[in-house]
Design a binder for this molecule. Structure first.
Ligand SMILES: [Zn+2]
Length: 172
């Protein structure tokens, strides 16, 4: 039988100056302990969350409980709950939806979590590969490849159309 915990919580760590930037996690430790552990891990680990905190500093970050289940929960239950909150709230600083890897026994949940995770991973890979998006035609090109991109037919056509619109607007 799996161990259950009465101390399980879902928490949120957010930027006091910009609360739209937050991370959702779960723990069976106290808030204080979990917060210190994040601080410790953030020195080296390379997640979106830690990169963000290294940029703005821990002084701007605050941790709060968002849910404390009344009944004792297993670690697995808690991962599922954490994942539910992440799927619902879309926290911008999470890289992953909890529970997908450990195959929590809810098919629909796992499917959602997997889909979400692969979308997140794709975004991450794009960031890493330094893909830029053209402001004119909204196509993507490799960072540093702008010169080549603006010579493409597609870009030239989009540029021409936009110039035509501007000229028309000035004439009318
Ligand atoms: Zn373009």
């Amino acid at each position: 039988m799996e161990a259950t915990y009465t101390t399980g919580i879902i928490y949120k760590i957010y930027d006091i100056e910009d609360p739209t930037q937050y991370y959702i996690g779960s723990t069976i430790q106290t808030l204080e302990k979990r917060f210190s552990l994040h601080k410790y891990t953030s020195v080296k680990a390379d997640s979106k969350f830690y990169q963000y905190v290294r940029r703005v500093g821990w002084d701007r970050m605050k941790i709060d409980v968002i849910f404390h289940p009344e009944e004792p929960v297993t670690r697995r239950d808690l991962f599922k709950l954490e994942g539910d909150y992440q799927l619902e709230q879309n926290p911008p600083l999470n890289d992953n939806i909890a529970g997908a890897k450990i195959r929590i026994g809810h098919t629909k949940y796992c499917k959602l979590a997997y889909q979400k995770n692969s979308a997140l991973r794709e975004k991450q890979l794009k960031r890493q590969a330094h893909i830029d998006t053209c402001e004119v035609c909204h196509r993507q090109y490799q960072h540093g490849g702008k010169t080549g991109h603006i010579r493409t037919k597609f870009h030239q056509q989009a540029l021409k159309e936009q110039l035509d619109i501007m000229i028309n607007e000035q004439q009318n």
